[in-house]
Design a protein around this ligand. Structure first.
Ligand code: PHE
Length: 373
């Protein structure tokens, strides 16, 4: 049976030695921004639904409440992610235990949805990735997966090979989607690599003077289809990030705003309205804190960001390494990181930031095996 709803805390933060989920991450689960009709993330989801509905009425099954806790089998093995791929590392992915993760992409649902017999579907959900911190990266974001299966009579009728038909339909569908969302934009296709598709592409659009990558896609690896659907078919798949599209379309300058409860943000968007452009209400001053330390080989920037986010929450705007050097005599390496604190809603006081930074320094020293300078 399928689970839905907000996971219980004990199902996410477990006693497993492999568990690396923080309370901060757990608190984001079940918020379901993609299921809120007036939220920019929900508006983009619905606009994509509407586009596919008008292109192929009734064809695509839509799922937006799949449980975000999945097996490593579903998240990686079933979509052919190699055993040594970086995305499997606990530095990049949140593990509940050794064989259970917070999905890092909606591709985790490709195989099971094919097994359920659906020839065309859109799966939308929250996905989780350990990463660095800046205006476009947040450890929780939303993706939509699209899959469409073709049968033999479809490519014979079109006078094409199976792969030709899949690639042609895929590119036509996604260029149409880009124009539906962004108006009459120029599109280009870049060759890419994903373990689950071959050939693979990224779509870029020319928007406000720049080429922007908007999604990844390709012709599904045949074995995924043969193992989980039926032999003798062909399919395409795409995956896109809803925050990325929403930031570009609605002029949202910082990804943290999507998690804000501030009416000055939320009231600027309404279901069905793709024409909204975010008007900043005010930019509050930033507060910068630098910290330098001698690192050990186990140190990783993602671990530092996780720790800082768990203490500072959404007040943390950016974490960047501003200096690094190695002492020639001792061979030790020192990093200096700058943490930018800024609220989207109010001015911060020196006292509260100093208190946060003091906790950060203490935890960095005690948990990251580094030596503060
Ligand atoms: N899962 C890929 C990602 O998260 C996107 C993708 C989906 C690419 C489907 C190709 C096909 O980056």
């Amino acid at each position: 049976e399928l689970k839905t709803g907000k996971p219980r805390r004990e199902d996410v933060i477990t006693g497993s030695p492999d568990n690396n989920v923080t309370d901060y991450i757990y608190e984001k689960m079940g918020m379901d921004l993609h299921r809120q009709a007036d939220h920019p993330i929900g508006i983009i989801k619905q606009a994509i639904y509407d586009y596919f509905e008008s292109r192929n009425p009734g064809l695509f099954q839509k799922f937006d409440d799949r449980y975000p806790i999945v097996s490593t089998r579903a998240n990686f093995d079933e979509v052919l992610v190699p055993a040594d791929h970086v995305s499997r590392s606990p530095n990049d992915t949140y593990y509940v235990n050794a064989n259970t993760v917070l999905r890092c992409h909606t591709s985790a649902h490709q195989a099971e949805t094919l097994r359920a017999g659906h020839p065309a579907f859109l799966v939308t959900g929250d996905v989780y990735r350990r990463d660095s911190i800046d205006a476009t990266h947040y450890p929780v974001f939303h993706q939509m997966e699209g899959v469409r299966v073709f049968s033999e009579h479809e490519w014979t009728a079109a006078g094409l090979t199976a792969t030709q038909l899949a690639e042609k339909d895929l590119k036509g569908a996604l260029e149409g989607l880009a124009k539906h969302l962004f108006g009459d934009v120029e599109c280009r296709w870049i060759d890419a690599y994903f373990p689950f598709t071959e050939p693979s592409f990224e779509l870029e659009i020319f928007f406000k003077g720049k080429w922007l990558e908007v999604l990844g896609c390709g012709v599904m690896q045949q074995i995924i289809l043969d193992d989980n659907y039926k032999p003798g078919h062909k399919a395409w798949a795409f995956g896109l990030g809803l925050e990325r599209l929403a930031m570009v379309l609605f002029d949202v300058p910082d990804i943290r705003l999507f998690w804000s409860n501030d009416d000055r943000f939320l009231k600027q968007f309404r279901a069905g309205d793709l024409s909204a452009r975010f008007k900043p209400y005010s930019k509050f001053p930033a507060c910068y804190k630098d910290m330098a330390f001698w690192v050990s080989p186990e140190f990783s920037e993602n671990n530092l960001c996780e720790l800082v986010r768990n203490i500072g929450g959404d007040l943390v705007e950016e974490v960047t390494c501003i200096d690094t050097f190695t002492n020639k005599k001792t061979g030790r390496t020192s990093n200096c990181f700058r943490i930018t604190y800024r609220s989207m809603e109010r001015s911060l006081t020196d006292e509260e930031i100093n208190a946060l930074q003091e906790r950060v320094r203490q935890q960095v020293a005690s948990e990251l095996k580094v030596e503060l300078r």
